[in-house]
Design a protein around this ligand. Structure first.
Ligand code: ADP
Ligand code: ZN
Length: 817
């Protein structure tokens, strides 16, 4: 007998064994998809992970339904990586598989259930089992019957689904899972019967008497194909012969023409011819040499180059060398930096060898890039992508570049796998014996520490390209300014002066504010009540543009209140400020300037960022107000002034990384100023100009910041000295979470003693009607990580067996950065 083990895209601990025929075993290889029956009646797409002759001991192996591929779509390297990720990040291979494959590959003929967004539902009207499903649908856009059975842990779930439909909470979709359809173009040619000159002449004669229009079409077809010697598109034929597609159809129906389809690529590059890469200056050349030397002994090198030092051009040289050997390159970036700016820059050098992969791409585009990478196609030698591109099926990877390696968006928080793309990159590269280059102007403490410990090579560039000086950074004490009445709204006199000057010189301005919306807290003048989100433990943020109060955690919104809900007095005050308020203040202060805003609210949709970035680039906007989105590797040529509206709220954020993050954020946003020829200017407004971090930012003292932060990390037992594993428990019942967390923390403390912190309710302890409680496990350097995780898993298994804690979700986050 022959068997296969398959990975299924569901959170199951084990692979499943199915039986196959001898013929099938001859045909199948590892990495192909099969459709298999699962449970009573479900069908899943699984990936063949091994082929063998060992009968499973505990259950009778079922037969597979169907083989879905002729060749593997998952490589053995990917399977190894999945296994590593599942083990390291404490999730299942099935969860990794789900994240790794484009959705369109996981076809399942099942009912699809999604949330009915058309109505506002009162969640208290739902029974417990109904609520669980409704809640899951807020996290996931759709569920299948099988998922629901898994969530509720019972087989017959149709009655619950039926009730939810009756309550109009969900919608059903009886269709086959949206399958990838390549984009086809329709072509026409003459049918066989008319390929000889005689038959063609006869045809034309026959048509000229009865159907003159059709005759013209045939003549035109003839002349286009004679001219181009290529297949003729229906659309071209219709245009050229000035006819309609109905005429073409009539000819097809008569059997005179024949239409056919050719698959075309959806993701097309329509740029110009390739341009030669730039000659490096002496500092870049030196850095390139050092990187290459370092790669002789190191697998990972950190390039620490200040903003605008020309790191990208150094990457370009390395990429040229790798693709000249026929190998592939993965270039990882935070999502937002993947806008036309960098994409066109690279396409100018490498033409259509560049493929782009990120979450705003459609399912179809993702499949296309996936297949190109799988086939090591010339069209995807260089993949520019956001974090999920580490899952692509590389065949011959030579180099991974992780640009802006300090960015926290490389870590996925939800759902599992909760991986860090930078760290996975290092593993992925090592599977291929390839190299990894990490680049940043403000490296993460971890990476810089690794470089200091000689685990990574370290190369630095300390000059801006063109030798432009780093911007001059000035701290503005707004407490003092307020006292002396030198503030207009949130603008100090210094900021207004500098803005006026920059504009007079024809330059552009960036204003950075960490929060979006108009003001984060609305408060009653009389009784002090402030409106809270009904689902979460937070105040609602006022958005002036829509005159709405919104929750930034669950999306809840309501119209702005006219009077206080508690005491009924009109006169609500807003406290704190966000990007929207800054935008409107700029309009008041400088009525003639064009102001733009870049934050989550203005950048939705596929080309959301792109539009704003392009408008700013083309100087259609004078002042751009934005959140941290502005910091991610953008290159604007005409920005002279950067204003940081308030440095304090980031510094005071309750997280051990708050200082490191603030330093990175402020230096990155400052780095947008004066990139071309004149020194830029940065103003940082703060209540506390003597703060260590601000002092370090003002003189670009990375080394000082690093040294000090490292000491703190050592003293308080944080990374890079200790690894962190965070466990979050969630349930809608406060007491249940509380008790469950106590039990879990106690059991863990028996194992790990004082290295277990908590359980503790986080500052925002309720989100989307779920209470959260956290436990933090610190793993010291000497303690084997693998064994630690095994032990946690065991405790978790005992936990899951306790009836009273049923329904409590336990989320494990390894390296909770
Ligand atoms: P970084 O990635 O270090 O912030 P970039 O690579 O974006 O810096 O370079 C900053 C600017 O300098 C870009 O506009 C880039 O085109 C220009 N530049 C960098 N190196 C060169 C070079 N060798 N020749 C010409 N222009 C360069
Ligand atoms: Zn909310």
């Amino acid at each position: 007998m022959h068997y296969i083990d398959v990975i299924l895209p569901i959170p199951l601990e084990n692979r499943f064994t199915y039986s196959i025929t001898e013929a099938e075993s001859g045909f199948l290889s590892i990495g192909m998809r099969v459709s298999i029956p699962f449970g009573k009646s479900k069908i899943y797409t699984g990936i063949v992970a091994s082929i063998h002759q060992v009968k499973p001991l505990i259950y009778e192996a079922k037969q597979i339904h169907q083989i879905l591929d002729e060749t593997p779509i998952v490589t053995e390297m990917q399977l190894q990586l999945w296994q590593w990720i599942a083990k390291y990040y404490m999730c299942t291979e099935g969860e990794v598989m789900r994240a790794a494959l484009p959705n369109a590959f996981l076809l399942e003929s099942e009912t699809i259930i999604s949330k009915n967004n058309a109505i506002e539902l009162n969640e208290t009207d739902l029974k417990d089992d109904e609520y669980l499903i409704y809640e899951a649908l807020q996290r996931q856009s759709s569920l299948k019957i099988q998922d629901i059975a898994n969530i509720l842990d019972k087989k017959n779930v149709l009655p619950v689904v039926k009730r939810l439909v009756e309550k109009e909470a969900i919608i059903l979709n009886e269709e086959i899972y949206d399958k990838y359809k390549p984009k086809y173009v329709r072509y026409v040619k003459l049918t066989e019967d008319y390929t000889t000159p005689e038959s063609l002449n006869q045809l034309l004669e026959a048509l000229s008497s009865r159907a003159k229009k059709q005759r013209d079409v045939v003549m035109t077809l003839f002349s286009i194909s004679a001219k181009t010697k290529k297949p003729v598109k229906v659309s071209d034929l219709v245009a050229e012969s000035k006819t309609t597609s109905a005429t073409v159809k009539a000819l097809v129906d008569k059997g005179i023409l024949e239409d056919y389809h050719i698959q075309t690529d959806r993701v097309v590059y329509d740029g110009e011819e390739n341009e030669a890469s730039k000659a490096l200056n002496e500092f870049q050349t030196e850095a390139l040499q050092q990187i290459k030397t370092s790669f002789k002994t190191q697998n990972v090198v950190l390039l620490h180059g200040i903003t605008s030092s020309g790191k990208t051009e150094v990457y370009v040289k390395l990429i040229e060398e790798v693709i000249a050997k026929g190998q592939q390159v993965l270039y990882l970036l935070p999502e937002i930096a993947l806008t036309t700016q960098l994409v066109t820059r690279l396409q100018n050098y490498f033409g259509e060898q560049v493929a782009v992969f990120h979450s705003k791409y459609s399912a179809h585009e993702r499949v296309e890039v996936y297949n190109q990478v799988l086939n090591n196609s010339a069209k995807a030698k260089i993949v520019l992508g956001a974090r999920s591109s580490i899952f692509l099926p590389f065949k011959d990877l030579g180099l991974i570049i992780v640009d802006e390696e300090h960015e926290s968006s490389f870590k996925q928080f939800d759902p599992a796998p909760r991986y860090h793309a930078r760290d996975v990159s290092v593993v992925l590269a090592s599977l291929f014996k390839a190299k990894t280059l990490l680049g940043s102007a403000t490296p993460s403490i971890e990476s810089y520490f690794n470089a200091q410990e000689n685990k990574y090579g370290l190369v630095e560039i300390n000059r801006r390209y063109n030798n432009v000086q780093l911007p001059d950074i000035e701290l503005v004490d707004i407490k003092d300014k307020q006292k002396r009445k030198k503030m207009k709204g949130h603008f100090s006199d210094r900021l207004i002066e500098e803005m006026t000057e920059a504009i007079a010189d024809g330059h552009q301005i960036i204003l950075f504010q960490n929060r979006r919306g108009y003001s984060p807290i609305v408060e009653c003048n009389t009784c002090g009540h402030s409106p809270q989100c009904p689902n979460c433990d937070v105040s609602l943020t006022y958005h002036q543009f829509r005159k709405q109060l919104r929750c930034h955690y669950c999306g809840y919104n309501s119209a702005m209140l006219i009077k206080c809900m508690a005491c009924g007095t009109p006169g609500l005050d807003s406290k704190g400020f966000g990007t929207e308020q800054i935008e409107s203040e700029v309009r008041l202060l400088f009525p003639t300037l064009k102001v733009g805003r870049m934050d989550l609210d203005t950048t939705r949709g596929k080309f959301g960022y792109e539009k704003i970035i392009t408008a700013f680039e083309q100087q259609e906007i004078d002042v751009l107000v934005g959140t941290q989105m502005l910091t991610k590797g953008l290159d604007f040529r005409n920005v002279k002034l950067v204003g940081i509206m308030n440095a304090d709220n980031m510094l005071n954020f309750p997280d051990f990384r708050a200082h490191e993050r603030s330093f990175q954020l402020m230096l990155q946003v400052s780095g947008r100023a004066g990139r071309t020829n004149k020194q830029g200017k940065v103003l940082i407004q703060t209540y506390n100009p003597y703060h260590k971090i601000l002092q370090q930012v003002s003189i670009n003292d990375y080394a000082g910041m690093f040294k000090e932060q490292l000491e703190e990390r050592y003293n308080y037992k944080y990374p890079p000295y200790y690894r962190l594993i965070k466990i979050t428990l969630k349930h809608r019942d406060y007491n249940k979470v509380d008790m469950a967390a106590d039990w879990l923390a106690k059991s863990l403390t028996q194992l790990f003693k004082h290295n277990v912190l908590g359980p503790e309710f986080p500052p925002i302890s309720r989100i989307r009607n779920q209470y959260h409680k956290n436990i933090l496990i610190k793993v010291p350097q000497g303690q084997p990580l693998g064994k630690t995780k095994e032990a946690i898993k065991k405790v978790n298994t005992s936990f899951a067996a306790i009836g009273g804690f049923k329904g409590v979700r336990v989320i494990i986050n390894v390296d909770n950065y």
